[in-house]
Design a protein around this ligand. Structure first.
Ligand code: ACO
Length: 403
Protein backbone atom coordinates (compact mmCIF):
# COMPACT_ATOMS: atom_id res chain seq x y z
CA UNK A 1 0.00 0.00 0.00
CA UNK A 2 1.08 3.55 -0.60
CA UNK A 3 2.38 5.26 2.53
CA UNK A 4 0.55 8.52 2.26
CA UNK A 5 2.50 10.08 5.12
CA UNK A 6 5.58 10.04 2.86
CA UNK A 7 3.60 11.75 0.07
CA UNK A 8 2.31 14.27 2.56
CA UNK A 9 5.85 15.07 3.71
CA UNK A 10 6.81 15.73 0.09
CA UNK A 11 4.37 18.65 -0.01
CA UNK A 12 6.67 20.46 2.40
CA UNK A 13 9.00 21.02 -0.59
CA UNK A 14 6.41 23.35 -2.04
CA UNK A 15 7.31 27.03 -1.64
CA UNK A 16 5.17 28.39 1.17
CA UNK A 17 4.56 32.12 1.32
CA UNK A 18 1.50 32.81 3.46
CA UNK A 19 -0.09 36.08 2.46
CA UNK A 20 2.15 36.14 -0.67
CA UNK A 21 4.53 38.51 1.07
CA UNK A 22 7.29 37.96 -1.47
CA UNK A 23 5.69 36.00 -4.29
CA UNK A 24 4.99 37.62 -7.63
CA UNK A 25 2.07 36.16 -9.60
CA UNK A 26 2.41 38.09 -12.83
CA UNK A 27 4.44 40.50 -14.94
CA UNK A 28 2.49 43.72 -15.31
CA UNK A 29 3.00 46.99 -17.17
CA UNK A 30 0.23 48.90 -15.39
CA UNK A 31 1.32 50.14 -11.97
CA UNK A 32 4.71 50.52 -10.36
CA UNK A 33 5.16 51.15 -6.67
CA UNK A 34 8.16 51.26 -4.41
CA UNK A 35 7.36 50.81 -0.74
CA UNK A 36 10.68 52.11 0.57
CA UNK A 37 10.60 55.32 -1.49
CA UNK A 38 6.83 55.82 -1.11
CA UNK A 39 6.48 55.98 -4.89
CA UNK A 40 3.44 55.20 -7.03
CA UNK A 41 3.21 55.40 -10.85
CA UNK A 42 0.40 54.49 -13.24
CA UNK A 43 1.78 53.52 -16.67
CA UNK A 44 4.96 55.46 -15.87
CA UNK A 45 3.27 58.67 -14.67
CA UNK A 46 3.73 59.88 -11.08
CA UNK A 47 0.54 59.74 -8.99
CA UNK A 48 1.21 63.29 -7.78
CA UNK A 49 1.07 64.62 -11.39
CA UNK A 50 -2.01 62.61 -12.26
CA UNK A 51 -3.86 63.70 -9.12
CA UNK A 52 -3.05 67.35 -9.75
CA UNK A 53 -3.29 67.66 -13.53
CA UNK A 54 -5.51 64.88 -14.82
CA UNK A 55 -9.11 63.69 -14.45
CA UNK A 56 -10.45 60.32 -13.35
CA UNK A 57 -11.75 59.55 -16.83
CA UNK A 58 -8.32 60.24 -18.37
CA UNK A 59 -6.69 58.05 -15.72
CA UNK A 60 -9.20 55.27 -16.38
CA UNK A 61 -8.32 55.38 -20.08
CA UNK A 62 -4.60 55.48 -19.25
CA UNK A 63 -4.80 52.40 -17.03
CA UNK A 64 -6.96 50.38 -19.41
CA UNK A 65 -5.47 51.32 -22.79
CA UNK A 66 -1.91 52.25 -21.77
CA UNK A 67 -1.65 55.88 -22.91
CA UNK A 68 -2.97 59.24 -21.76
CA UNK A 69 -5.83 59.90 -24.18
CA UNK A 70 -5.71 62.68 -26.76
CA UNK A 71 -8.60 65.16 -26.74
CA UNK A 72 -10.34 63.16 -29.49
CA UNK A 73 -9.85 59.87 -27.61
CA UNK A 74 -11.14 61.47 -24.40
CA UNK A 75 -14.22 62.86 -26.14
CA UNK A 76 -14.99 59.53 -27.74
CA UNK A 77 -14.44 57.61 -24.47
CA UNK A 78 -16.82 59.97 -22.66
CA UNK A 79 -19.37 59.72 -25.46
CA UNK A 80 -19.33 55.91 -25.37
CA UNK A 81 -19.70 55.97 -21.59
CA UNK A 82 -22.60 58.43 -21.70
CA UNK A 83 -24.48 56.06 -24.05
CA UNK A 84 -24.48 53.21 -21.49
CA UNK A 85 -25.16 54.85 -18.12
CA UNK A 86 -28.75 53.62 -17.88
CA UNK A 87 -29.52 50.34 -16.12
CA UNK A 88 -31.98 47.84 -17.56
CA UNK A 89 -35.41 48.55 -16.00
CA UNK A 90 -35.51 45.01 -14.62
CA UNK A 91 -32.44 45.75 -12.49
CA UNK A 92 -34.64 48.02 -10.36
CA UNK A 93 -36.31 44.88 -9.01
CA UNK A 94 -33.04 43.88 -7.32
CA UNK A 95 -33.05 47.15 -5.39
CA UNK A 96 -36.61 46.48 -4.23
CA UNK A 97 -35.59 43.07 -2.94
CA UNK A 98 -32.80 44.26 -0.60
CA UNK A 99 -33.76 45.09 2.99
CA UNK A 100 -33.38 48.87 3.57
CA UNK A 101 -30.34 48.43 5.82
CA UNK A 102 -28.49 45.97 3.53
CA UNK A 103 -24.81 46.91 3.43
CA UNK A 104 -24.03 48.80 0.20
CA UNK A 105 -21.03 46.54 -0.51
CA UNK A 106 -23.20 43.41 -0.46
CA UNK A 107 -25.62 45.09 -2.84
CA UNK A 108 -22.79 46.24 -5.09
CA UNK A 109 -21.36 42.70 -5.43
CA UNK A 110 -24.74 41.34 -6.50
CA UNK A 111 -25.66 44.18 -8.82
CA UNK A 112 -22.32 44.18 -10.63
CA UNK A 113 -22.36 40.40 -11.01
CA UNK A 114 -25.91 40.59 -12.38
CA UNK A 115 -24.73 42.80 -15.24
CA UNK A 116 -23.65 39.64 -17.08
CA UNK A 117 -27.33 38.71 -17.29
CA UNK A 118 -28.06 41.92 -19.18
CA UNK A 119 -24.93 41.83 -21.38
CA UNK A 120 -24.94 38.50 -23.24
CA UNK A 121 -21.73 39.41 -25.08
CA UNK A 122 -19.89 39.25 -21.73
CA UNK A 123 -20.55 35.49 -21.62
CA UNK A 124 -18.91 34.76 -24.95
CA UNK A 125 -16.02 32.38 -24.09
CA UNK A 126 -13.96 33.82 -26.94
CA UNK A 127 -15.00 37.46 -26.95
CA UNK A 128 -13.92 39.71 -29.82
CA UNK A 129 -12.00 42.90 -29.10
CA UNK A 130 -15.26 44.80 -29.73
CA UNK A 131 -17.11 42.64 -27.16
CA UNK A 132 -14.42 43.29 -24.59
CA UNK A 133 -14.36 47.02 -25.23
CA UNK A 134 -18.15 47.18 -25.01
CA UNK A 135 -18.11 45.26 -21.70
CA UNK A 136 -15.51 47.68 -20.33
CA UNK A 137 -17.48 50.76 -21.39
CA UNK A 138 -20.71 49.32 -19.97
CA UNK A 139 -19.12 48.64 -16.58
CA UNK A 140 -17.53 52.07 -16.28
CA UNK A 141 -20.78 53.69 -17.42
CA UNK A 142 -23.14 51.72 -15.17
CA UNK A 143 -21.12 51.61 -11.96
CA UNK A 144 -21.95 55.22 -10.87
CA UNK A 145 -25.65 54.59 -11.56
CA UNK A 146 -25.55 51.34 -9.57
CA UNK A 147 -23.77 53.06 -6.66
CA UNK A 148 -26.02 56.15 -6.60
CA UNK A 149 -29.12 54.02 -6.70
CA UNK A 150 -27.89 51.93 -3.77
CA UNK A 151 -27.69 55.18 -1.81
CA UNK A 152 -31.12 56.34 -2.98
CA UNK A 153 -32.59 52.92 -2.14
CA UNK A 154 -31.18 53.13 1.40
CA UNK A 155 -33.09 56.40 1.86
CA UNK A 156 -36.27 55.07 0.24
CA UNK A 157 -36.04 57.93 -2.27
CA UNK A 158 -36.79 57.75 -6.00
CA UNK A 159 -33.86 57.12 -8.33
CA UNK A 160 -32.38 60.03 -10.27
CA UNK A 161 -31.60 59.08 -13.86
CA UNK A 162 -28.19 59.76 -15.42
CA UNK A 163 -27.75 62.95 -17.45
CA UNK A 164 -25.56 62.52 -20.51
CA UNK A 165 -24.64 66.23 -20.57
CA UNK A 166 -22.81 65.99 -17.26
CA UNK A 167 -19.24 64.84 -16.72
CA UNK A 168 -18.62 61.49 -15.02
CA UNK A 169 -18.22 62.73 -11.43
CA UNK A 170 -20.85 65.47 -11.79
CA UNK A 171 -23.32 62.93 -13.10
CA UNK A 172 -22.56 60.62 -10.18
CA UNK A 173 -23.00 63.40 -7.62
CA UNK A 174 -26.24 64.48 -9.29
CA UNK A 175 -27.67 60.95 -9.24
CA UNK A 176 -26.65 60.65 -5.59
CA UNK A 177 -27.54 64.05 -4.14
CA UNK A 178 -29.50 65.72 -6.95
CA UNK A 179 -27.53 68.91 -6.58
CA UNK A 180 -27.08 69.83 -10.21
CA UNK A 181 -29.36 72.31 -11.91
CA UNK A 182 -28.77 73.68 -15.40
CA UNK A 183 -28.11 77.16 -13.95
CA UNK A 184 -25.81 76.56 -10.99
CA UNK A 185 -24.06 73.27 -11.76
CA UNK A 186 -22.32 71.42 -8.96
CA UNK A 187 -19.75 72.92 -6.62
CA UNK A 188 -16.40 72.45 -8.44
CA UNK A 189 -14.65 71.98 -5.09
CA UNK A 190 -16.78 68.90 -4.47
CA UNK A 191 -16.28 67.52 -7.99
CA UNK A 192 -12.55 68.10 -7.82
CA UNK A 193 -12.24 66.45 -4.40
CA UNK A 194 -14.08 63.30 -5.46
CA UNK A 195 -12.28 63.16 -8.81
CA UNK A 196 -8.93 63.28 -6.97
CA UNK A 197 -9.95 60.54 -4.56
CA UNK A 198 -11.05 58.30 -7.43
CA UNK A 199 -7.69 58.85 -9.18
CA UNK A 200 -5.76 57.96 -6.01
CA UNK A 201 -7.70 54.72 -5.65
CA UNK A 202 -7.67 53.75 -9.34
CA UNK A 203 -5.00 51.03 -9.19
CA UNK A 204 -2.49 49.59 -6.77
CA UNK A 205 -0.91 46.56 -8.47
CA UNK A 206 -1.46 43.11 -6.91
CA UNK A 207 -3.42 44.00 -3.76
CA UNK A 208 -5.99 41.57 -2.35
CA UNK A 209 -8.94 42.66 -4.55
CA UNK A 210 -6.92 43.07 -7.75
CA UNK A 211 -5.24 39.71 -7.47
CA UNK A 212 -8.71 38.29 -6.78
CA UNK A 213 -9.99 39.80 -10.04
CA UNK A 214 -7.02 38.34 -11.93
CA UNK A 215 -7.30 34.89 -10.39
CA UNK A 216 -11.07 34.69 -10.93
CA UNK A 217 -10.63 35.98 -14.48
CA UNK A 218 -7.88 33.44 -15.12
CA UNK A 219 -10.52 30.69 -15.16
CA UNK A 220 -12.07 32.45 -18.17
CA UNK A 221 -14.75 34.01 -15.98
CA UNK A 222 -16.58 37.00 -17.47
CA UNK A 223 -15.68 40.59 -16.61
CA UNK A 224 -18.69 41.57 -14.41
CA UNK A 225 -18.36 38.41 -12.29
CA UNK A 226 -14.58 38.84 -11.95
CA UNK A 227 -15.07 42.46 -10.84
CA UNK A 228 -17.79 41.38 -8.41
CA UNK A 229 -15.28 38.99 -6.80
CA UNK A 230 -12.85 41.90 -6.45
CA UNK A 231 -15.57 43.96 -4.76
CA UNK A 232 -16.06 41.17 -2.20
CA UNK A 233 -12.33 41.10 -1.50
CA UNK A 234 -12.29 44.87 -1.10
CA UNK A 235 -15.07 44.78 1.48
CA UNK A 236 -12.90 43.41 4.32
CA UNK A 237 -11.72 45.83 7.03
CA UNK A 238 -8.06 44.95 6.40
CA UNK A 239 -8.43 46.17 2.81
CA UNK A 240 -10.97 48.68 1.40
CA UNK A 241 -13.29 48.34 4.37
CA UNK A 242 -10.66 50.20 6.40
CA UNK A 243 -12.04 53.59 5.30
CA UNK A 244 -15.34 52.84 7.03
CA UNK A 245 -13.51 51.33 10.00
CA UNK A 246 -11.33 54.46 10.38
CA UNK A 247 -14.32 56.80 10.76
CA UNK A 248 -16.03 54.39 13.14
CA UNK A 249 -12.82 54.27 15.19
CA UNK A 250 -12.45 58.08 15.23
CA UNK A 251 -16.10 58.45 16.31
CA UNK A 252 -15.55 55.89 19.04
CA UNK A 253 -12.50 57.74 20.33
CA UNK A 254 -14.35 61.08 20.22
CA UNK A 255 -17.35 59.68 22.11
CA UNK A 256 -15.00 58.08 24.64
CA UNK A 257 -13.62 61.50 25.58
CA UNK A 258 -10.93 61.88 22.87
CA UNK A 259 -8.07 60.34 24.88
CA UNK A 260 -5.87 59.33 21.92
CA UNK A 261 -3.06 58.03 24.13
CA UNK A 262 -5.39 55.39 25.60
CA UNK A 263 -6.24 54.13 22.10
CA UNK A 264 -2.63 54.18 20.93
CA UNK A 265 -1.81 51.98 23.92
CA UNK A 266 -4.66 49.63 23.07
CA UNK A 267 -3.31 49.29 19.49
CA UNK A 268 0.13 48.37 20.89
CA UNK A 269 -1.25 45.81 23.33
CA UNK A 270 -0.79 42.35 21.77
CA UNK A 271 -3.58 40.95 23.97
CA UNK A 272 -6.03 43.47 22.59
CA UNK A 273 -7.42 42.83 19.10
CA UNK A 274 -7.78 46.58 18.47
CA UNK A 275 -5.64 47.95 15.62
CA UNK A 276 -5.18 51.54 14.63
CA UNK A 277 -7.31 51.44 11.49
CA UNK A 278 -5.84 53.32 8.54
CA UNK A 279 -2.30 52.58 9.72
CA UNK A 280 0.17 50.18 8.17
CA UNK A 281 0.53 48.78 4.71
CA UNK A 282 1.88 45.55 3.28
CA UNK A 283 4.13 47.33 0.80
CA UNK A 284 4.62 50.95 1.92
CA UNK A 285 7.19 50.88 4.66
CA UNK A 286 8.06 54.56 4.58
CA UNK A 287 4.92 56.49 3.70
CA UNK A 288 1.90 56.01 1.48
CA UNK A 289 2.14 58.73 -1.21
CA UNK A 290 -1.65 58.69 -1.60
CA UNK A 291 -2.07 59.50 2.10
CA UNK A 292 0.20 62.54 1.72
CA UNK A 293 -1.88 63.89 -1.17
CA UNK A 294 -5.16 63.18 0.64
CA UNK A 295 -4.05 64.80 3.87
CA UNK A 296 -3.30 68.06 2.06
CA UNK A 297 -6.55 67.87 0.09
CA UNK A 298 -8.52 67.15 3.26
CA UNK A 299 -7.55 70.41 4.98
CA UNK A 300 -8.27 72.38 1.80
CA UNK A 301 -11.67 70.80 1.18
CA UNK A 302 -12.91 71.12 4.75
CA UNK A 303 -11.79 74.71 4.76
CA UNK A 304 -13.47 75.53 1.43
CA UNK A 305 -16.69 73.79 2.42
CA UNK A 306 -16.61 75.56 5.80
CA UNK A 307 -16.72 72.26 7.72
CA UNK A 308 -15.21 71.95 11.17
CA UNK A 309 -15.17 68.21 11.82
CA UNK A 310 -13.96 67.35 15.34
CA UNK A 311 -12.80 63.91 14.21
CA UNK A 312 -10.16 65.59 12.01
CA UNK A 313 -8.49 66.87 15.17
CA UNK A 314 -8.55 63.36 16.65
CA UNK A 315 -7.07 61.95 13.43
CA UNK A 316 -4.22 64.47 13.55
CA UNK A 317 -3.53 63.77 17.22
CA UNK A 318 -3.43 60.03 16.55
CA UNK A 319 -1.11 60.49 13.60
CA UNK A 320 1.26 62.76 15.56
CA UNK A 321 1.32 60.36 18.51
CA UNK A 322 1.90 57.30 16.34
CA UNK A 323 4.65 58.90 14.26
CA UNK A 324 6.60 59.58 17.45
CA UNK A 325 5.97 56.23 19.11
CA UNK A 326 8.72 53.57 18.87
CA UNK A 327 6.10 50.79 18.38
CA UNK A 328 4.82 52.35 15.15
CA UNK A 329 8.22 53.69 14.03
CA UNK A 330 9.97 50.30 14.43
CA UNK A 331 7.19 48.49 12.56
CA UNK A 332 7.08 51.21 9.89
CA UNK A 333 3.38 51.82 10.42
CA UNK A 334 2.28 55.04 8.71
CA UNK A 335 -1.15 56.40 7.77
CA UNK A 336 -2.39 54.73 4.58
CA UNK A 337 -4.76 56.00 1.88
CA UNK A 338 -7.78 55.18 4.01
CA UNK A 339 -6.81 57.25 7.03
CA UNK A 340 -8.02 60.58 5.65
CA UNK A 341 -10.26 59.56 2.72
CA UNK A 342 -13.27 58.89 4.97
CA UNK A 343 -13.09 62.40 6.41
CA UNK A 344 -13.39 63.81 2.88
CA UNK A 345 -16.22 61.42 1.89
CA UNK A 346 -18.04 62.49 5.03
CA UNK A 347 -17.51 66.18 4.22
CA UNK A 348 -19.00 65.53 0.77
CA UNK A 349 -22.14 64.14 2.43
CA UNK A 350 -21.70 60.36 2.10
CA UNK A 351 -22.77 58.09 4.97
CA UNK A 352 -20.04 55.90 6.44
CA UNK A 353 -21.26 52.62 4.97
CA UNK A 354 -20.91 54.07 1.44
CA UNK A 355 -17.16 54.73 1.79
CA UNK A 356 -15.94 51.34 0.59
CA UNK A 357 -18.35 51.52 -2.33
CA UNK A 358 -16.67 54.79 -3.34
CA UNK A 359 -13.30 53.03 -3.13
CA UNK A 360 -14.70 50.38 -5.51
CA UNK A 361 -15.88 53.10 -7.92
CA UNK A 362 -12.32 54.44 -7.99
CA UNK A 363 -10.63 51.02 -8.24
CA UNK A 364 -12.84 49.86 -11.12
CA UNK A 365 -10.53 50.99 -13.99
CA UNK A 366 -7.57 49.31 -12.27
CA UNK A 367 -9.43 46.02 -11.91
CA UNK A 368 -10.54 46.23 -15.55
CA UNK A 369 -7.01 47.02 -16.76
CA UNK A 370 -5.59 44.08 -14.77
CA UNK A 371 -8.29 41.68 -16.02
CA UNK A 372 -7.63 42.81 -19.62
CA UNK A 373 -3.85 42.49 -19.24
CA UNK A 374 -4.24 39.01 -17.72
CA UNK A 375 -6.28 37.92 -20.76
CA UNK A 376 -3.99 39.58 -23.31
CA UNK A 377 -0.96 37.90 -21.72
CA UNK A 378 -2.85 34.57 -21.96
CA UNK A 379 -1.96 33.85 -18.35
CA UNK A 380 -2.59 30.30 -17.10
CA UNK A 381 -5.34 29.59 -14.60
CA UNK A 382 -4.27 30.68 -11.13
CA UNK A 383 -3.97 27.67 -8.90
CA UNK A 384 -1.73 27.88 -5.81
CA UNK A 385 -0.43 24.75 -4.10
CA UNK A 386 -0.46 23.98 -0.37
CA UNK A 387 1.56 22.14 2.24
CA UNK A 388 -0.71 19.42 3.63
CA UNK A 389 -0.49 19.10 7.42
CA UNK A 390 -3.61 17.00 8.08
CA UNK A 391 -4.05 13.35 8.98
CA UNK A 392 -3.35 10.40 6.66
CA UNK A 393 -3.79 6.61 6.46
CA UNK A 394 -7.09 6.59 8.37
CA UNK A 395 -9.52 3.70 8.16
CA UNK A 396 -13.13 4.38 7.27
CA UNK A 397 -15.51 3.91 10.23
CA UNK A 398 -19.17 3.05 9.63
CA UNK A 399 -21.58 5.66 11.04
CA UNK A 400 -22.95 3.26 13.68
CA UNK A 401 -19.42 2.68 15.05
CA UNK A 402 -18.35 6.34 15.25
CA UNK A 403 -17.91 7.86 18.70
N1 ACO B 1 -2.16 48.91 14.50
C1 ACO B 1 -1.34 48.32 15.39
N2 ACO B 1 -0.40 47.40 15.06
C2 ACO B 1 -0.29 47.07 13.77
C3 ACO B 1 -1.10 47.65 12.77
C4 ACO B 1 -2.06 48.61 13.19
N3 ACO B 1 -2.86 49.20 12.29
N4 ACO B 1 -0.77 47.15 11.56
C5 ACO B 1 0.21 46.27 11.79
N5 ACO B 1 0.52 46.23 13.11
C6 ACO B 1 1.59 45.45 13.73
C7 ACO B 1 1.25 43.97 13.74
O1 ACO B 1 0.53 43.61 14.91
C8 ACO B 1 2.62 43.36 13.67
O2 ACO B 1 3.21 43.48 14.94
P1 ACO B 1 4.25 42.33 15.46
O3 ACO B 1 5.40 42.37 14.49
O4 ACO B 1 4.62 42.77 16.84
O5 ACO B 1 3.50 41.03 15.42
C9 ACO B 1 3.40 44.31 12.75
O6 ACO B 1 2.74 45.58 12.91
C10 ACO B 1 3.39 43.91 11.28
O7 ACO B 1 2.02 43.84 10.84
P2 ACO B 1 1.43 42.73 9.87
O8 ACO B 1 -0.02 42.52 10.23
O9 ACO B 1 2.33 41.54 9.85
O10 ACO B 1 1.55 43.46 8.47
P3 ACO B 1 0.80 43.03 7.14
O11 ACO B 1 1.63 43.55 6.04
O12 ACO B 1 0.45 41.58 7.16
O13 ACO B 1 -0.60 43.84 7.22
C11 ACO B 1 -2.18 45.59 7.07
C12 ACO B 1 -0.81 45.08 6.62
C13 ACO B 1 -3.27 44.51 6.84
C14 ACO B 1 -2.54 46.83 6.27
C15 ACO B 1 -2.11 45.92 8.59
O14 ACO B 1 -1.14 46.95 8.80
C16 ACO B 1 -3.46 46.36 9.18
O15 ACO B 1 -4.24 45.51 9.58
N6 ACO B 1 -3.74 47.70 9.22
C17 ACO B 1 -5.03 48.20 9.68
C18 ACO B 1 -6.10 48.04 8.60
C19 ACO B 1 -5.91 48.98 7.44
O16 ACO B 1 -5.71 50.19 7.61
N7 ACO B 1 -6.03 48.44 6.21
C20 ACO B 1 -5.96 49.25 4.97
C21 ACO B 1 -4.73 48.91 4.20
S1 ACO B 1 -4.57 49.96 2.81
C22 ACO B 1 -5.69 49.35 1.70
O17 ACO B 1 -6.02 48.20 1.65
C23 ACO B 1 -6.26 50.31 0.78
Amino acid sequence: AIDISKLRDQTSYITLDSGFKNTGCTKSAITFLDGEQGLLNYRGYAIEDLAEKSTFIEVAYLLIYGNLPTQAETDNFKLQISKHTLLHEDMKKFYDAFPPKAHPMGQLCSLVSSLSAFSPESLNPNPSKEDIDLGIIKLIAKMPTIVSWIYKGSLGEPFIYPKSKLDYVENFMNMTFGQVTEEIGIDPVVVDALDKLLILHADHEQNCSTSTVRIVGSSGCNLPASISAGISALWGPLHGGANQAVIEMLELIKNDGGDTEKWINKAKDKNDPFLLMGFGHRVYKNFDPRANIIKKACDKILDKLGINDPILEIAKKLEDAALNDPYFVERKLYPNVDFYSGIIYRALGFPTDMFTVLFALGRLPGWIAQWKEMRENKEPIGRPRQVYVGEVNKHFVAIADRV
